[in-house]
Design a protein around this ligand. Sequence first.
Ligand code: FES
Length: 198
Amino acid sequence: MDTPNRRRRLLVVTSALGGVGLALGAVPFVASMRPSARARALGGPVEVDLGRPAPGALLKAEWRGKPIFVVRRTPEMLARLERSAPLLADPRSDVETQQPAYARNPYRSIDPEWLVLVGLCTHLGCVPAPHFEPGDVSGLGAQWPGGWFCHCHGSKFDLAGRVFRNVPAPTNLVVPPYRLDGAQRAVIGLDPAGARKT
Ligand code: FES
């Protein structure tokens, strides 16, 4: 029975990297389950069942009408973050409005394994496409470190949602407020207990 105080549960379907391919090597999605109409109206937190998806998998959810991306990053994906830094406009996440204080670190996350982003390009709000494979296989050039590509006007973001230099998007993708409840669940819209507010 739903109550106003009860968190709305958002189910997600996972998809492993390397499954059915999309154009240009895009990461196969992840489907999403939408929150109830009541949860959307309230704009309250939503829960994402992490469910131990395959390493490299992308989950999609929705919070306050916005797409949410959750990625279970592998150690190899995390290593690529360092290599991509010279290509980026704000590699240290100095623009404070783009993430909570607890995600202002090289991984832009609470736990490096789990990345949580608002899936809207910071140029004009298109939904960027995942292209997690590095290099030529991505269709984005040999130097591509993996990340997201916005097909509207060509903005690029790395595997922490950090924007590349010389693209239309002015800032990194937004990290929403969120908390992790163990390895089983992310709650989008709530800060971790005791977290410093930005
Ligand atoms: S909306 Fe993404 S590059 Fe313009």
